[in-house]
Design a protein around this ligand. Structure first.
Ligand code: GDD
Length: 303
């Protein structure tokens, strides 16, 4: 256990029921937000069993612990479901009624999590909700997710610390929002009158290539694209230097390529504003933050 002035951290693990029961028995929370998972889609192909244990059975372990401790009528539960459930999409845009077609071990595990939450709501009357969140990014995003990989590289390239950036599928389309706004919506879901599932998205879609372009623009670098498919490359318009290329190493065995959410229900029923932070502003926040990191790295100070 680690104590701060306002936050107490406990050691536990979603693959370890006893630790979940122990922590919940001690805290007896009014609200639980389960954001725990092996959340990197590409890595779930490398460690599928672990991913299933944590992202699928981990949800069940929390629900059962809440029931066993007699907190099923007092504790509200938020489950981080995901737009990856739509996977090989059946329609565009996707809303709460769109059928799922999970397309990775991660998404298959998350599908179990989605349905077990629904099941406990219906079977035991528990207040548990799924937030079907589309991609939510920020300056705190892990460095191996595409947006952060791009903004970090753009800053380092602008500072002369890196020569170029290698990406996988640049044609993939995502509905990217700002994580801070999405967390607010998670909270709203648990303050609602009744437990329901909600799509949380901006309703605007862009390609990985577009995100890359704009992140470089924030750093004052303009680019021109040449070639297509695995031969696509981005060049600095002023120096002619190659800055971006494709490396098939980053391709996935199956890739989700067309995510676009319809947040109408969250707007209508929760009063949530999906456009609080625009796509352009999100990229600016991340790119400016990561340029600062690059400057500090160049200056030799710790980051
Ligand atoms: N990570 C990564 N790295 N992705 C790349 C790259 C690369 O170099 N190049 C292209 N991509 C493409 C991926 O193939 C994918 O289509 C897209 O960029 C986004 O990849 P990620 O940023 O890794 O996120 P994700 O969409 O797979 O999953 C994230 O969002 C989900 C919500 O919809 C994760 O946060 C999941 O945990 C979350 O559920």
């Amino acid at each position: 256990m680690i104590r701060d002035h306002q936050v107490i951290l406990y050691y536990g693990d979603l693959s370890d029921s006893s630790s979940i029961v122990r922590i919940l028995a001690e805290c007896r929370p009014d609200e639980i937000y389960n954001l725990g998972a092996q959340s990197h889609v590409a890595i779930s192909f490398e460690a599928p069993e672990y991913c299933g244990d944590v992202a699928a059975l981990g949800v069940l372990r929390i629900l059962e612990a809440v029931r066993m401790l007699g907190m099923d009528k007092t504790c509200r539960i938020y489950q981080a479901s995901t737009s990856e459930l739509y996977g090989r999409v059946q329609e565009v845009p996707q809303d709460e009624e769109t059928p799922f077609h999970p397309y990775s071990p991660y998404a298959v595990a998350k599908q179990y999590g989605f349905w077990i939450v629904k099941e406990y709501r219906e079977a035991y009357g528990m207040f548990c909700c799924n937030g079907i969140l589309f991609n939510h990014e920020s300056e705190r995003r892990g460095e191996n997710f595409v947006t952060r990989k791009i903004t970090l590289a753009a800053g380092r390239i602008a500072e002369g610390l890196q020569t170029h950036l290698e990406l996988g599928n640049m044609d993939a389309k995502r509905d990217w929002g700002y994580a801070k706004d999405y967390v607010e919506c998670m909270w709203l879901m648990l303050q609602n009158d009744r437990p329901q599932d909600f799509v949380i998205a901006t309703g605007v879609q862009h390609t990985v290539q577009d995100f890359t372009e704009r992140a470089f623009n924030v750093n004052g670098i303009q680019r021109v694209w040449k070639g297509s498919g695995i031969h696509k490359k981005g060049y600095d318009t002023s120096s002619g230097r190659m800055l971006v290329c494709v490396n098939p190493q980053w391709f996935r065995p199956t890739d989700v390529v067309n995510l676009l959410g319809n947040p109408s229900k969250a707007k209508r029923e929760l009063g949530w504003n999906p456009m609080k932070t625009s796509y352009e502003e999100l990229i600016r926040i991340m790119a400016v933050h990561d340029r600062e990191l690059a400057k500090r790295e160049k200056a030799g100070s710790s980051i």
